[in-house]
Structure formats: C-alpha cells, structure tokens
Design a protein around this ligand. Structure first.
Ligand SMILES: Nc1ncnc2c1ncn2[C@@H]1O[C@H](COP(=O)(O)OP(=O)(O)OP(=O)(O)O)[C@@H](O)[C@H]1O
Ligand SMILES: [Mg+2]
Length: 334
C-alpha cells in the first residue's frame, strides 16, 4: 500500500488511513449490517503428519462439534451482536448468522466474524525502512498482520475443535464506510467465557461484595491446571510448526468447560520477513520464550491458585523454573 523507505508515499498512506478512520466514525458497523460470504469447509480434523504427533502432550480426542454454517455456497450474513466494537479497538468482532431462515433444532450456524481493518492498524512511521521491518519488529505491514493470524489457523488445523476455534476462511469485505477490509470467520466458542472472566470469578474484585459465591469449576486447582496444560500443549504444538502466539493473555484464552480445553484466539504470530534476520538472536527462540513466559504470567494471575500453581510449575516443569518463575499477581481487579 506504500513504498517502504519512501517517506512521501508513507505520508500519503497515513493521511488516507486517517481519512478512512474518520469516515468510519460517521458510518460504523452496526447490528443488522449484511455481508455476502462464501464459507469454505473446515478441513477434516485429523492430525497432520508431523514428527511430534506421538507427543504425549497432543490434545485428547474430546472435541467440540463443528458448527454448521452453510459452506461452499454464496450466503448473506447479518451482524447480530457485537463482541468487540468501537474505534478504540484494532479489530471489530461480531456474532453473525445467515439471513436465510434457520430451522429450529438445527445445529447452530452462528459464526464469529473478526474484521481486520487497515485504517485501525498502527500507522507506519514516516521514516520506515526495510531495516526497521526486518530487524527491529517496529512495524508489521498490514498484509502481514492478516497473513500471520490466518497462517496460525491454517497450519494448526488439527487443533480446531480443541485448542483452536473452527475456521471458515478469510474473506474480503467492504465496510459501511467504503474501506476494503478482511474478515476471518470462526466458530463462536462460548458466551464470552474467557480465562480472565474465570479468574475474576475465582478472585472476585475487592470492591465487589456481590457474587462472591459465584460458582466456577476452576476454583478447584486440579481443574484450573487442566486449562494450563491444555494451553501449554497447544503452544508447544504451534511452536513445533514455527507458529507463535505472541499475545497470550487471559482475554485471548477462551475456555471450553465441557472438555476443559483452553481455546487460543487472536494469534499475532510472527511475520516471515521478520524471522529471516534480526537482532533478537534466534527469533523463533525469542518468540517461544515470550509465549511461555506470558502463559505462566497469565495463569499466575489468580490469587487463590497462585501458591499451588507456582509449586506445580516447580514440580512438573523444572526446565521452566530458572527461566520463567511465575510471579505474584500484580493486577488486582479493584
Ligand atoms: N471465536 C470466538 N468465540 C467467542 N468469542 C470470541 C471469538 N473470537 C473473539 N471473541 C471475543 O472477541 C474479543 C476480541 O477478539 P480478538 O481477541 O480476536 O481481537 P482483538 O483483541 O481486538 O485483536 P487485535 O489485537 O487485533 O485488536 C475476544 O477477547 C473474545 O471476547
Ligand atoms: Mg484479543
């Protein structure tokens, strides 16, 4: 969309994106907005041929059933509920359903649509050079932002239904303000049950004297640890394919309570350009450490389970101990 190393073209791109962002405030996405989409079938769920496929950390067979949005056919989808909307977010995330009548009792055909919108992404620095792109992780090109997330869904297809949402492809769409954006279509995993909401339930906010007895099965430490091992095995599997999450946090881990699966969403991954060279040593090793560090940090953010969790990591992952001792929760939900 602009020439790296050419400040004039970068400035022009920045101005264009600012203009589009301003338009989007006047005509935002709304409930009832319709989009034509042709979903592709998710690939059959089977382990890919891979040296690690006998790894004992491989996910179990227990999986969620795939939802059944109509596939390989032109359909019109209507946005029915925002999961995340507003100019302060880089992506808009909506629940959508086909406009065509839905027969009662049929499996759900609702899907999550994640809109990746160029004008919501950070602007390239005017002085951006190839060197900054390749060496310093200062800026990711808009195309790479999308490619990286999509590559995670495509390469980790055998985790769909366990540690990944089912994936129905990436589609080009025109936003109500006439900007071309991309939409990633995914299974709706659950009604906003994220690891952070579970942690808030286990450790209610100090200021919140209601709901202290609200029940979650993850108040039980053994159940809580199942979510950790589930997320860890998914990350290890991803790393063995050179896919990295890079933004592990409690909002990006959804919870499938039926199977005790951690479902990882919002994969930043690592742009291929950025791994060719770099001043970070081995970028894959850097990315792997970052994921494991953030995972431990995320699961340590629970006062009730903190001591048991730290002990669990010391006992079961002595290799992590020196590098990634989880630290005391530093975020209190006051
Ligand atoms: N497949 C899904 N099922 C259920 N909820 C989802 C799903 N995908 C996203 N969500 C909800 O929408 C929120 C935002 O989605 P996501 O994390 O992918 O976007 P994001 O954090 O805005 O990404 P970005 O960092 O690009 O701005 C999630 O925290 C979650 O609550
Ligand atoms: Mg997120």
């Amino acid at each position: 969309p602009f020439r790296v190393g050419d400040p004039i073209s970068i400035q022009a791109y920045r101005s264009l994106m600012d203009l589009r962002a301003a338009h989007s405030l006047r005509t935002p996405l709304y409930k009832g907005f319709t989009i034509g989409l042709n979903f592709r079938l998710p690939p059959p769920r089977q382990p890919l041929s891979h040296p690690r496929s006998t790894d004992p950390l491989m996910p179990t067979d227990a999986v969620r059933k795939a939802p059944h949005p109509p596939t390989e056919v032109d359909m019109t989808y209507i946005l029915c509920k925002p999961l995340q909307t507003g100019p302060e977010y880089e992506s808009e995330v909506w629940l959508a359903q086909p406009c065509q009548p839905f027969s009662p009792g049929a499996p759900t055909s609702q899907v999550v649509l994640k809109f990746v919108i160029p004008s919501r992404l950070p602007r390239p620095p005017t002085e951006l050079t190839e060197g900054m792109l390749h060496h310093e992780f200062e800026y990711t090109l808009p195309g790479d932002v999308l490619d990286c997330e999509v590559r995670a869904y495509e390469w980790l297809q055998d985790l769909q239904g366990s540690n990944m949402p089912y994936y129905y492809g990436v589609h080009q769409v025109t936003m109500p303000w006439d900007e071309v954006a991309y939409v990633i279509a995914l299974e709706h995993v659950s009604e906003s049950l994220s690891l952070s909401s579970i942690q808030r339930c286990i450790d209610p906010p100090i200021a919140d004297d209601t709901n202290t007895t609200e029940c979650t099965k993850y108040r039980d430490f053994a159940s809580y640890v199942k979510l950790f091992t589930s997320a860890l095995s998914a990350l290890q599997r991803a790393h063995s394919w050179h896919i990295h999450h890079l933004d592990v946090n409690g909002d990006n881990i959804l919870v499938d309570e039926t199977h005790d699966h951690a479902v990882l969403i919002d994969w930043c991954n690592i742009a291929h350009l950025q791994v060719d060279e770099g001043n970070l040593g081995n970028p894959y090793e850097w990315a792997r450490s970052r994921d494991l560090h953030l995972l431990l940090h995320t699961f340590a953010q629970c006062e009730e389970h903190y001591d048991n969790f730290a002990q669990y990591v010391r006992d079961n992952h002595p290799d992590f101990k020196t590098h990634y001792v989880p630290f005391k929760p530093n975020v209190y939900y006051a």
